[in-house]
Design a protein around this ligand. Structure first.
Ligand SMILES: Nc1nc2c(c(=O)[nH]1)N[C@H]1C(S)=C(S)[C@@H](COP(=O)(O)OP(=O)(O)OC[C@H]3O[C@@H](n4cnc5c(=O)[nH]c(N)nc54)[C@H](O)[C@@H]3O)O[C@H]1N2
Ligand SMILES: Nc1nc2c(c(=O)[nH]1)N[C@H]1C(S)=C(S)[C@@H](COP(=O)(O)OP(=O)(O)OC[C@H]3O[C@@H](n4cnc5c(=O)[nH]c(N)nc54)[C@H](O)[C@@H]3O)O[C@H]1N2
Ligand SMILES: [Mo]
Length: 764
C-alpha cells in the first residue's frame, strides 16, 4: 500500500480540489445517466457497451457480474448505473501483458494506487514471480499448474493450504473447487461470506433451518410493508430501487432503518425508466427513515415486538396464534423476555425515542404481509447473528414467513455469493453434505472444520498456512487489519491468484507467486463440446444460466473451471475424478452436482426453463429443519452498544457510490455529495464541535482493538454529516487498516467492519 496519505485514498491519483455539498436530486436520476455515458466513454466502449447492456440479465445473455439482486424477468431492460460500470470495467480494451510486467518491478508497482493497478486492463497470460529480478515473468499454463501441484504436494498436511473464494465464482467452478480442496484433504475454504453474510446464514439456520432468506421478488411485490435495514440500496443494490418505488406506488409502506439517511431511502427515479429520467419524475421510496444508533437494530426490533405484545393485550388476533402454536418454539419465553425489557433500555440502546419505535411498530401491525430485508449494517457487528434472529422473531409473531408477500430477505452482495455456499464453499460443512459428496464423487472428505478468513490470516502468521489460493477477489485489501494480513501473505511459501485484473493481492505475495488470468462473466467460454454456459444463484435462490458473449480478452485466458481442473490434476495425480473430462462439457459437472446438491435433481433440464429455477426451500413451505422441527425464537440478551466513554466513536466502514468493494472507480461519492475525496471521516456536528474541528480539518483516527493493540490512520479529513452522535463513517478498504485481527464477532466470526471503536483528534 502506498504509505503516503492521499485525499483520493486507493482511488485515482489525479484529482482536483475536494468538495462536499449535500445531494438534492433523486437516486438513479440524471447523474446516473450521465455517469453511465462517461464510463462507457472513458472505457472507449460506447457502442459495444450499449449492446452488452441489452443482453445483460436476459435469458440467453449473461448475468450481471455485479450484485446479487434478482433479475426482473418482466423488464426488457434490467440494468443499473453500477452494473454498467461493473461490466464495462471487465470489458475494457486495455491489457496487461508481459511487456507491462517486464517494465516494472513489483516494488515499483507497489507504489501505484489500486486504481492504477486495475486500470491497466485485463490480465492476458499466466505469470510467475521471479525473486531475482523482482518481476513477474511469463509461465506456461502447464508449468504453472505443475508448480502449484508440487508446492501443494510438498506440504506436510493438506490443512497447510487455504482456498479462498470471492463471490463471483460460478456454480460449476465452485463445485469443482470445493471438490478439489476436499479430495486434497481440507475444509480450509475461507470466502468473502466470512466478511459479509456469515451472520445471516448462521441466524437463519438456527431460527428456521435454512441458511437463506425465504422471499422472492414476487413476495417483494406483494408485501404491504417493507423494512430495509442497513442497506445502501442506491449504490449497492440499485435495481432494488425498482421494487421500492413500485411498493410506494401501490401504497405499501417502506421503512428504512439506517444511521445515515441514504439517498435510496428517500426518492428515486426507477433505474430502467428512461423516460422518467428525462422528465426528472421521481418516485418516493420511503414512508419512514429511522436513524438508529449503530448496532442498535436489535433494540429497535425488540421495541417493535413490545408494541406487538402490547397490542395483543387488547386484540389477541394481532399475533398469529395458530402459526405460533403449530410451528414455533420458545414463544412464551420470548414474550416474557420482551415484557421484562424496559422501554428505557430499548430507547437508550436503539438511540431512538419511544414514539418513533412505536410508529415503526404500528406500521408492522398495520401490514398483513411484511418483508424485512437487511445487509451489512446488520451483519458486521458483534451481535450480527442475534440481530438477524431478532428480525425473524418479529416476523414469526405475525406468521410473516412461508406465505406470499412475507419473510426474511437478506440482500446478498456478490452476484454468486449465495450459490458458492449452496455448491459447497463452507469451512463448516454439514456431515450430510460431505456424506453425499463422498458417495457420489468417490472421495473421502475430511470431517474437521476448516479455516475461515480470519483464522486463515492467523494461520499464515503461525506458519500453519503455507499456500494461499485466491479464486478471484482481492484478499489483502478486503480482509481486516491490512498490515497484518499483508505480512501473513508474505510469509506464505506460495500464493496463487486467479484474477481478471491486476490488484494489490498480486503485489503482496508469498515467496513464490503465480497469477492465473481467467475469463470474465461477459466472455464466451468455448470448450471441446462447444460454447458453455455457467449458472449463478441470486439473493432469492433463483438459479439460472449465463452465457458470455464477447471474445475473450486474450486467447490465453482459461475459464475458471478449466483453471481449477488444471490445478487439481497437477496436485492429485492419483485422483480418479475426471477433471479434464468435466471441463470438456459443463453439463457433466452439472450432472454430478444434481446428485450431490439437494434440490438440483434434473439440473441440466431445469436451467433450460426461461428464468431458471428456484431451489426448493422447506422453510418457505413452513417446514423448519431445526432440531425441534419448529421455527425457534431466539432469546438473546440485548447487547450494550454504547461505548464506555464519550471520547470513543463507533466507526462504520462502507462503500462509496463509485466503487465495487476493493475496486475504486473514482474518488467521488455522488449521493453523499463528496468529490475527489476518500480519505475522510463523516462525523456528527456535535462530535466535530466537541473536538474543535472545522469542516475539512485533518484528523488522526486511532482504533483500540480488543487485544489492546492500537492502530492509527493519519490525516483523514473530517466532514460534517447527518449521523447519530457518537458514531462515524468512512470508506472500506482504506479504513481496513484500523480493524484489528482480534476484532471479529464471537457469534459469526465476522470482522467488526461496522463497529470499529475509534478516537478522532485534530492532526498536528
Ligand atoms: N456498486 C456496488 N454494489 C455492491 C457492492 C459495491 O461495492 N459496489 N458490494 C456488494 C457486496 S459484496 C455487498 S455485501 C453489498 C453491500 O451492501 P451494503 O450493506 O449497502 O454496503 P455498505 O456500503 O457497507 O453499507 C452499509 C449500510 O449499512 C448502514 N449501517 C451501518 N451501520 C449500521 C447499523 O448499525 N444499523 C443499520 N441499520 N445500518 C447500518 C450504512 O449506513 C450503509 O447504508 O453490496 C453489493 N453491491
Ligand atoms: N472494512 C470493510 N471491509 C470489507 C467490507 C466492509 O464493509 N468493510 N466488506 C466485505 C465484503 S461484504 C466482501 S464481499 C469483501 C469482498 O472481497 P473480495 O471479493 O475478495 O474483493 P473484490 O474487491 O470484490 O475483488 C475484486 C477483484 O476480483 C477480481 N475479479 C473480478 N472479476 C472476476 C472474475 O470474474 N473472476 C475472477 N477469478 N476474478 C475476478 C479482479 O481481479 C478484482 O481485482 O470485502 C469485505 N471487506
Ligand atoms: Mo459482500
Amino acid at each position: 500500500m502506498p504509505n503516503v496519505p492521499r485525499q483520493g485514498g486507493f482511488g485515482p491519483a489525479s484529482e482536483g480540489a475536494w468538495s462536499s455539498t449535500p445531494y438534492h436530486h433523486a437516486a438513479a436520476s440524471w447523474g446516473a445517466a450521465k455517469s453511465v455515458g462517461s464510463i462507457l466513454f472513458k472505457q472507449r466502449e460506447l457502442v459495444r457497451g450499449t449492446h452488452a447492456m441489452f443482453v445483460m440479465n436476459h435469458p440467453d445473455g449473461y448475468d450481471c457480474p455485479g450484485c446479487a439482486w434478482p433479475d426482473d424477468t418482466k423488464l426488457t431492460l434490467d440494468f443499473c448505473e453500477n452494473g454498467v460500470k461493473h461490466v464495462t470495467w471487465e470489458m475494457t480494451p486495455k491489457r496487461v501483458g508481459r511487456d507491462f510486467f517486464s517494465q516494472y518491478t513489483v516494488a515499483e508497482l507497489a507504489d501505484w494506487t489500486d486504481f492504477d493497478l486495475e486500470n491497466q486492463g485485463r490480465l492476458t497470460e499466466p505469470m510467475v514471480y521471479d525473486a531475482d529480478s523482482d518481476h513477474y515473468v511469463p509461465i506456461s499454463w502447464d508449468d504453472a499448474f505443475a508448480l502449484i501441484g508440487s508446492e501443494l504436494r510438498a506440504l506436510s498436511s493438506p490443512h497447510q493450504a487455504a482456498f479462498y473464494t470471492s463471490g463471483r465464482l460460478n456454480n460449476e467452478a465452485t463445485f469443482l473447487y470445493q471438490l478439489m480442496a476436499r479430495e486434497f484433504g481440507t475444509n480450509n475454504l475461507p470466502d468473502c461470506s466470512n466478511m459479509c453474510h456469515e451472520a445471516s446464514g448462521r441466524a437463519l439456520q438456527a431460527s428456521i433451518g435454512t441458511g437463506k432468506g425465504t422471499c422472492d421478488l414476487a413476495d417483494w411485490e406483494e408485501a404491504d410493508a417493507l423494512f430495509v435495514m442497513g442497506v445502501n440500496a442506491a449504490s449497492n443494490a440499485p435495481r432494488m430501487l425498482t421494487a421500492l418505488a413500485d411498493a410506494t406506488r401501490r401504497g405499501a409502506q417502506v421503512v428504512h432503518i439506517n444511521p445515515l439517511v441514504e439517498i435510496g431511502s428517500t426518492k428515486t427515479i426507477v433505474p430502467h425508466e428512461m423516460v422518467d429520467m428525462a422528465l426528472f419524475k421521481s418516485t418516493s421510496v420511503s414512508d419512514m427513515n429511522i436513524q438508529v444508533r449503530p448496532g442498535g437494530d436489535l433494540a429497535l426490533l425488540r421495541g417493535m415486538a413490545k408494541v406487538v405484545f402490547e397490542a395483543a393485550e387488547s386484540d389477541p388476533t394481532v399475533l398469529d396464534q395458530a402459526f405460533l402454536v403449530e410451528h414455533t418454539a420458545q414463544f412464551e419465553a420470548y414474550r416474557d423476555m420482551v415484557a421484562a425489557t424496559s422501554w428505557a433500555e430499548i430507547t437508550e440502546q436503539a438511540g431512538l425515542p419511544e414514539s418513533e419505535i412505536r410508529r415503526a411498530g404500528g406500521i408492522y401491525l398495520a401490514a398483513k404481509r411484511t418483508v424485512i430485508s437487511w445487509c451489512l449494517g446488520v451483519t458486521q457487528h458483534e451481535h450480527g447473528v442475534d440481530s438477524a434472529r431478532e428480525i425473524v422473531n418479529l416476523l414469526l409473531l405475525r406468521g410473516n414467513i412461508g406465505r406470499p408477500g412475507a419473510g426474511p430477505s437478506p440482500v446478498r452482495g456478490h452476484s454468486n455469493v449465495q450459490g458458492n455456499r449452496t455448491c459447497g464453499i463452507d469451512h463448516r460443512p454439514t456431515a450430510d453434505f460431505l456424506d453425499k459428496l463422498d458417495e457420489v464423487c468417490g472421495i473421502t472428505s475430511p470431517r474437521e472444520h476448516g479455516l475461515d478468513t480470519v483464522t486463515t490470516i492467523e494461520g499464515m502468521h503461525a506458519g500453519s498456512v503455507q499456500v494461499f489460493v485466491g479464486m478471484g477477489g482481492n484478499f489483502v485489501l478486503a480482509a481486516p487489519d491490512t498490515a497484518y494480513t499483508a505480512a501473513g501473505l508474505r510469509k506464505c511459501a506460495l500464493t496463487v491468484q486467479v484474477s481478471t485484473k491486476l490488484n494489490r493481492s498480486h503485489l503482496v505475495h508469498g515467496r513464490k507467486a503465480v497469477i492465473l488470468p481467467c475469463l470474465g462473466r461477459t466472455e464466451k467460454d468455448v470448450q471441446t463440446a462447444g460454447t458453455q454456459g455457467v449458472t449463478v444463484e441470486d439473493a432469492m435462490s433463483m438459479v439460472h444460466i449465463s452465457y458470455g458473449k464477447r471474445r475473450p480478452a486474450s486467447p490465453e485466458l482459461r475459464s475458471e473451471p478449466a483453471v481449477i481442473a488444471g490445478i487439481a490434476a497437477a496436485t492429485l495425480p492419483e485422483s480418479r475424478t475426471p477433471w479434464h473430462w468435466y471441463v470438456e462439457d459443463y453439463d457433466r459437472i452439472r450432472e454430478v452436482m444434481a446428485k450431490v446438491l439437494p434440490g438440483f435433481t434434473g439440473f441440466n433440464q431445469l436451467i433450460q426453463q426461461p428464468g431458471g429455477f428456484r431451489i426448493p426451500q422447506p422453510a418457505r413451505e413452513r417446514v423448519f429443519q431445526t432440531p425441534s422441527g419448529r421455527a425457534e425464537f431466539s432469546l438473546a440478551p440485548m447487547p450494550n452498544v454504547i461505548p464506555e466513554d464519550s471520547e470513543t466513536l463507533v466507526l462504520q466502514t462502507m462503500r462509496s457510490h463509485d466503487q465495487w468493494n476493493t475496486t475504486i472507480y473514482s474518488s467521488n461519492d455522488r449521493y453523499r455529495g463528496v468529490k475527489n475525496l476518500r480519505e475522510l471521516i463523516f462525523l456528527n456536528a456535535a462530535d466535530m464541535a466537541a473536538r474543535g474541528l472545522a469542516e475539512g480539518d485533518f484528523v488522526d483516527i486511532t482504533s483500540t482493538s480488543r487485544d489492546g493493540s492500537v492502530r492509527t490512520l493519519p490525516r483523514f479529513r473530517a466532514l460534517r454529516y447527518d449521523l447519530p452522535p457518537g458514531s462515524a463513517a468512512g470508506y472500506m478498504p482504506e479504513m481496513n487498516a484500523l480493524i484489528g485481527i482480534a476484532d471479529y464477532s464471537t457469534q459469526s466470526d465476522q470482522p467488526l467492519m461496522k463497529n470499529v471503536q475509534v478516537r478522532v483528534r485534530k492532526s498536528v
